[in-house]
Design a protein around this ligand. Structure first.
Ligand code: NI
Ligand code: MN
Length: 225
């Protein structure tokens, strides 16, 4: 699969079969995004939780491209209420979609929608596509069950926040990499706003110091997983 980073927690996955999946597309009001929502398309939109910096432009993109939303039950129902198609899931559950398998994990955070509706529990997500597993933690603090997640699924690539304040900071994120033991760790959710300023190269250095591999993706860059 190809993984493109739009900054913050926003990623685009393009599968070998040509499916396009967006995760947490926060673009137009994101000062670090290299792309406008009008310039992306999606077959599927995965939302980790309902906060404005994660729902972002999802509905704007969906009005144009009619994707299938994949979210935990309460947030999926919220998308359906807004007039969109959604697949309802919940934490711990997996499902085989056209593009591959998707599983929701726990995340320690909140999930109120921008218009103060209940968004259900916040989540992380594991996507297994083209024989590789990608773990996007969503917004979360550090939790020891990341060790269990890594034991149950061999993670090829882990996307995790380092910006602190609302989520893990660098020290906790490095511990998260140690617990989960992915083949590659990529930092996210940093430098979007002053309150989440963090140096991704400091994260990379500390991950390498524990014998693991990390990569800092430029905003707009695409890699092969
Ligand atoms: Ni959040
Ligand atoms: Mn966030």
């Amino acid at each position: 699969m190809k993984l493109r980073y739009f900054s913050h927690s926003s990623f685009q996955i393009t599968t070998a079969s040509g499916h396009i999946i967006l995760i947490d597309p926060f673009l137009d009001d994101n000062p670090t995004s290299p792309i406008a929502s009008a310039d992306v398309t999606a077959d599927f939109i995965v939302l980790t939780h309902a906060h404005g910096d994660h729902i972002g432009d999802a509905f704007k993109i969906a009005q144009r491209t009619n994707p299938l939303f994949i979210c935990v039950n309460e947030l999926a129902n919220y998308c359906i209420e807004k007039g969109f198609r959604a697949h309802n899931m919940h934490i711990g559950g997996s499902y085989d979609f056209d593009f591959g398998r998707l599983k929701f994990t726990i995340a320690h955070h909140g999930s109120m929608t921008p218009d103060n509706s209940y968004g259900g529990e916040p989540a992380g997500v594991i996507l297994t596509i083209d024989g590789k597993s990608l773990y996007h933690t969503g917004d979360t603090g550090l939790f020891y069950d990341m060790k269990l997640i890594g034991e149950m699924t061999s993670i090829d690539c882990m996307l995790l926040p380092i910006g602190d304040n609302f989520t893990m900071g660098i020290t906790d994120a490095v511990k998260a990499v140690e617990l989960t033991a992915p083949k590659l760790a990529i930092p996210m959710h940093y430098n979007t706003f002053p309150v989440i300023e963090a140096n991704p190269y400091e994260f990379k250095k500390q991950v390498e110091a524990i014998g693991k591999k990390a990569m800092v993706m430029d905003f707009g860059a695409e890699i092969d997983i």
